[in-house]
Design a protein around this ligand. Sequence first.
Ligand code: COA
Length: 182
Amino acid sequence: MRTLETERLILKEYKEDYAEGLYKYASNPNVGPRAGWKPHESVEESLKIIRELFMPVSAWAIFLKETGDLIGTIALEHDRFRPYARSKELGYSLAYDYWGKGYMTEAARKVIEFAFNELELQIMCICTSTVNTRSQRIIEKCGFKLEGVIRMAYQIYDGSLRDSMEFSMTKEEWETNKGNQK
Ligand SMILES: CC(C)(COP(=O)(O)OP(=O)(O)OC[C@H]1O[C@@H](n2cnc3c(N)ncnc32)[C@H](O)[C@@H]1OP(=O)(O)O)[C@@H](O)C(=O)NCCC(=O)NCCS
């Protein structure tokens, strides 16, 4: 998988060496629970996540060009709803100290461009919980359309149930709208 570059970021394919960088931000209690996952408790746990969740899919570690710090993760995962279409589900997380600077919107737009142009996907999807308004803003800015809400769709690490907002965007929609993104 290719290294991707934006104005402020470099996205590199995940490898085991990044476990410490991942742990540094994924252990923060403000990050994982928003997306439904438990904060990481050790570097070993972060390494296990890299091996079992990130390496089998297309996952990039996001580095800030200015400092070289690992500040987040973005991935293209299996789309469980569309087995017959060339489709992927987008997912991401960002280190808490870097929120509110537009980094994830910048990374997501690059990965979407890569997915449609180089992986030749027909459609992409993303889901987020009804309570995750920050993620909803990114999704909206990238041009995804809301398909609907599945109530009590999934259970998070603490046992509670969350409603899932399901979004998608076809390649045609992306091509039509990419010049008009806010
Ligand atoms: C979801 C998450 C990545 C969003 O991070 P974020 O910093 O809010 O998102 P962005 O990086 O795009 O920043 C957007 C905000 O930065 C600000 N900003 C500053 N400079 C900016 C720029 N150059 N471009 C765009 N936005 C900029 C804007 O105010 C913007 O907010 P607005 O669109 O409401 O005006 C982050 O909250 C997170 O990691 N959450 C935990 C994990 C998670 O929920 N993952 C998603 C699961 S679905």
